[in-house]
Design a protein around this ligand. Sequence first.
Ligand SMILES: Nc1ncnc2c1ncn2[C@@H]1O[C@H](COP(=O)(O)OP(=O)(O)OP(=O)(O)O)[C@@H](O)[C@H]1O
Length: 616
Amino acid sequence: MRLAARLAQFQRFMRQVAHLSLPYFRSDERWKARGLLLAIVLLNLGSVYMLVLLNEWNRVFYDALQNKDAAVFWAQLGRFTYLAMIFVAIAIYRFYLTQLLQLRWRAWMTRHLMGRWLQGHAFYRMELGRYAAPSAPGDAAISPNGLPAPGQRVPDNPDQRLQEDVNLFTTQTIDLSMGFLNAVVTLVSFVGILWSLSGGFSFALGGHQFTIPGFMVWMAVLYCVVGSVLTHYIGRPLIGLNFEQQRREADYRHHLMRVREYSEAIALDKGEQAEYRSLDLRFSAVLANYLKLIRKQKQLVGFTNVFGQAAVVFPMLLAAPRFFSGAIQLGELMQISSAFDRVQGALSWFVDRYDSLASWRASTERLTSFEAALSKSNVPPAQVQPAPAATNIAAIQADDLSLQLPDGTPLVQHAQLHAAAGQHTLVQGPSGSGKSTLLRGLTGIWPWATGRVALPASTAVIPQRPYFPDGSLRDALAYPAPAGDYSDAALRHALQQALLPELASRLDDRDNWTQKLSGGELQRLAIARVLLKQPAWVLADEATSALDVAAEQLLYQRLQAMTEQAGGALVSVAHRPTVTGFHQRVWRLVPEDDPTGAVSGAARYRVESEALAPQP
Ligand SMILES: Nc1ncnc2c1ncn2[C@@H]1O[C@H](COP(=O)(O)OP(=O)(O)OP(=O)(O)O)[C@@H](O)[C@H]1O
């Protein structure tokens, strides 16, 4: 790659780091953050200063040894104790304050990203977008919805980004930038020392005498430039391999989690072998990449070790002639060796940190793409415009509502819908025609939608697969409100009304309710939640499909009574004819190209709204 391109890439990377880092140092925690950063910088500078003092100590101490000067020897040992104590105190506080800043930064950044991930349905839209088949290039149907443009990679495993990458990023940004600062300051301090000690290197060429001043400095620079270039050359593939390793590990972990989540279904399907194969495939991918990674690391470890060992003898080789000729004393030789060691150490900072730099870059890239996806997903979909006074309306209204699939395929076309208070509506249509998606469109969470929707504020939704958090039953019932918002009596009454009297005495039991309860019990628990909250409007998607007819009838009566009393109505998706009698109107999804409505899977549907004849 050309140098200019490399430089541009480096600049882009530094911009990414700044973009991810600056918000914390400008946040409401900024004074604590900046204060800690300043303290760490000062402690780093202090530790370099101590090294300079210790280097100077080297000369005096070894000269005393050579001169067999016992008085200076003992005095210098005393001085060393005092220098070492300050050095240790600085090291302790440098470590502690660095950790503290990393911890605070991680906490702030995690909470910040977690908040944005859960805001404006970004977490939902990012999941939808991941499975969205890219449309044809140039198709703008997807991108304006805050979803990835066709062909754009959707960040996978947000859990990895929030839990692992934020930690890696904050830790490494501080460690590496402080390491860099240390290296630069050490370099500047010790290059001066080395320059003053090293003397010139004279040689004759074509009858002329030449002298290179600061010979040792140039040798150290040459040594490290060669080392850095070779390290970069050997270690470059590590960046991609590290990135890939973390991605594959996260993918494997994600599939392990899915087996846990669907353990029962897998056991019933006797899917153990299939799961083993699929998990093993992912684990093998982890191992295969890891093997490549350690082979590359082996080369790098080999090189850096040779480089480090050679650095021990290299300055001795160069300075020995002057020592044996009597030009310098033992103290100066030791000081040169230690100064060369420092200069070489600072210059080879890049060599030693190559591995960390590679993983820093990988986590920065992953956080940047996550952040970019969040920024897109945090923008609410522009297409569906909620009615201005959405809070006080007494009807559900949709004007010209059209819904598409993620790949842009039209689903429901130009629906004109109105559900008046007290008038319960049934949504019917073939399987896969878009009934659930119509409810998603009405609630405003479906991003591939256009039109105008008005939904009363007091609306609750019962989805096909309701969610209950792990924890106590009262938490599951009150979700997402805190359980403390409801009295025990209200919670028990709701459970009894939803035909779950046996659970009324178990409000404080903690469990994985989604796994533990039967399908019918889960549906009744979802209805209990709605009965507890008493909304005026209820959008129910197959809310009673697992119940017996008698229970279904009783629960429909209760939901009806509740919504009517609160000045709203029910809108329900249901296949069973037994619930038809609870509704006065039907929204029927009819295939555009098959007016009988018999064929499911047709691409486009229109919604016909008509009154239902009263049932006998
Ligand atoms: N996230 C998604 N990505 C891609 N396609 C989707 C997504 N969600 C739904 N669909 C597709 O949209 C169509 C409508 O789905 P929807 O769940 O709304 O149908 P439905 O009428 O409620 O079906 P059923 O009666 O079987 O529950 C289906 O073909 C479905 O595969």
